[in-house]
Design a protein around this ligand. Sequence first.
Ligand code: AKG
Ligand code: FE2
Length: 318
Amino acid sequence: MSNDLALTLTDAERDGIAAIARDLVAAPPRVIDDPSWVDDCRSAAAGLPVRLRRRLQDFRHDPGDSGALLVRNLPGTADRPTPAEPSSVEREASVGSAVIGLLSLHLGELIAYRNEKSGALVQNVVPVPGLEEQQSNAGSTRLAMHVENAFHPRRPDYVCLFCIRADHERVAGLQLSCIRRAVGALPDAIRAVLAEPRFTTQAPPSFGGDGADAPRHAVLTGEPTDPDIQVDFHATSGGDDEAKNALEALFEAVTGAAETLPLQPGDLALVDNRVTLHGRTVFTPRYDGNDRWLHRTFVHLDHRRSRALRTRAGHVLA
Ligand SMILES: O=C(O)CCC(=O)C(=O)O
Ligand SMILES: [Fe+2]
């Protein structure tokens, strides 16, 4: 694991964050999706340890070569059975949800999508019985590397994944691959094809996409040597043979550059969704209340840019 990726908090720093989180849990309305709770959480984020705030600011300025920041030794690990229902979300404030809320709100604006997990701001990533093979966060088979909500014009700038309980065998790994590390392995001709609008990405059924009207887009945009990336290896396809071939070359390059993090309870991965793909290795759930459990949030850097999609000026995009 590269050094620039991880920040391990001291026990004193962890205890300081726990005290802030406990205050947030105690404060009415204790409902995460209530705008006043989010306001309180944003304000409380100013009290996070200075070493953490500095690191978050540095990461926001430049996500580095790994395009992710792993904050370790956070408080708020699981204190109740892992949920097992589909579309599980957190509604009532807890130390764990306050912790991911605090770090997310120090980075930017907390957002969600109305069509996904009922628009909840703090979501649960848990294995669901019967959905083992699904290419979604409810599955436990290998999850293909993707940009979160790659199909969406206002996809998250960051995806935050907070491990509050590991899988039984501790084999599930969050896979990360940053295009900054992979782009050098791509021949110029392939990069040029990936920069043209010759690709489509299917929206999941919950967003009502049937694929037929998916707009064409480029996979790499911006500065050719340090591009942004828009791809989901399960949902993106090339519109012609050359585009399909370029997508395969990209797959090889990002697979070669991938690193696997077996997240431990107390580990929060902040993933820059503009430059870094994520996925997950396979694991075996037992559905006994002790399965792997992550909290997840999405962050935008600029709330204004999504204003037309946020009908009630809240945090949820239509
Ligand atoms: O299970 C994981 O580690 C990641 C799942 C995922 O891609 C997500 O929740 O967005
Ligand atoms: Fe994801």
